[in-house]
Design a protein. Structure first.
Length: 365
């Protein structure tokens, strides 16, 4: 009789991530690591490269973390040096879960035979530092289960030839659905939460705000390479007294709760924790019709506009501020419920336990 997966015994999990920084994929990995403790799973985290802020974030979650290098782009690039560094750190692992191409490629090279390897892609891989499709395809047979967050990541995995029975829907824990508004925040207000990076579109939001007859106070929650240019542009557009940049916050819920509109103006967005948080808080959410956002905001849960169309975004914000076309908040709340700790942790714990049954090397459906 085959061994059955235990539901209570301790399991040593090594989590590997291409880059450890303050971002959505990293928060997803860290929240999962914490949530799985109640299922007897203890996690150590190894990163290809890391920022000081990323290492501090792991420490805040009480997840032991160590980085191989800094600024090495190892989420996108296969590195034999990283694989060799990782090899010695897998000695007592019972399962490896690697996030981002460079991490799961290195883990596939480093992991000894019989050690289950789980891979996750949080976005489509666009190969900004060289085309490594051949290397990726060569590593796929070593992957026991492959999680994809959003349709673009799923298409990428399909292109690599990942067998259908090993493909699973990636799911992230979203925290803060019970948040209460932070006292003293302006009202009405618009909120944005994410990296201040071109792919997230905060610059488009500024242009849209400038088109409104009476722009509301707007909070851009996050940090990133666009911070200085956004500050300068808000001044140029006459929005300096309207746009606030509080910086990165670990828990944006209290800022978003009670907002008039929450905006996700992304140019690229595999799956948006920010949009789900807004829905879970009952706040009207406007997002762009790119990648995974139509799935999140569709069926009347939110409002969709075309990317890089500030005039469309301005119209949608203005309509919601006037109380017109406001989605039913209960639709959003019900959708968001599937991304709580209580729903997500057992989902991953079941996969991990199935893969650590003696003699199991891959999911078979």
């Amino acid at each position: 009789m085959a061994d059955q997966p235990s539901t209570g015994s301790r399991l040593n999990v090594v989590r590997v991530i291409g880059v450890l920084e303050r971002g959505g994929a990293q928060l997803s990995a860290l929240r999962l690591s914490v949530a799985l403790r109640s299922h007897g799973m203890v996690t150590r985290l190894y990163a290809g490269d890391a920022t000081a802020e990323g290492l501090a974030l792991a420490a805040a979650f009480d997840v032991p973390a160590e980085a191989f290098a800094q600024q090495a782009h190892l989420q996108w690039v296969p590195s034999t040096d990283f694989a060799e560094w990782l090899r010695a750190r897998l000695a007592d692992a019972e399962l490896v879960h690697a996030h981002m191409f460079g991490a799961w490629w290195a883990a596939a090279v480093a992991a000894p035979d019989g050690l289950p390897l789980v891979a996750t892609e949080h976005n489509a891989v666009t190969w900004p530092y060289g085309d490594f499709v051949t290397e990726a395809r060569a590593a796929v047979p070593r992957v026991a289960a492959f999680f994809t967050h959003g349709p673009a990541a799923r298409t990428f995995a399909d292109s690599l030839g990942v067998p259908a029975e090993r493909l699973l829907e990636g799911r992230s824990i979203v925290e803060g659905f019970d948040a209460r508004p932070l006292p003293g925040l302006p009202s009405p207000r618009v909120t944005f939460a994410g990296r201040l990076h071109p792919e997230k579109g905060p610059d488009v939001l500024l242009e849209a705000l400038a088109m409104l007859p009476d722009p509301p106070a707007t909070l851009l929650l996050g940090d990133g390479p666009l911070r200085e240019s956004l500050t300068a542009r808000s001044i140029a557009l006459g929005l300096a007294d309207r746009v606030l940049l509080p910086g990165w916050v670990r828990s944006p819920g209290p800022y978003i709760a009670g907002a008039s509109v929450h905006v996700v103006p992304s140019r690229e967005e595999a799956w948006s924790q920010s949009a789900v948080l807004g829905l879970g808080l009952g706040v009207p959410v406007v997002g762009t019709a790119v990648e995974g956002l139509p799935e999140t905001l569709g069926e009347g849960r939110g409002v969709l506009v075309q990317p890089e169309k500030p005039e469309e975004l301005a119209h949608a914000i203005d309509e919601l501020l006037r109380g017109r076309g406001v989605p039913d908040p209960e639709l959003g709340r019900r959708y968001a419920e599937q991304f709580t700790n209580e729903r997500i942790a057992p989902y991953y714990a079941d996969v991990y336990r199935r893969l650590t049954v003696r003699g199991t090397t891959h999911l078979t459906g």
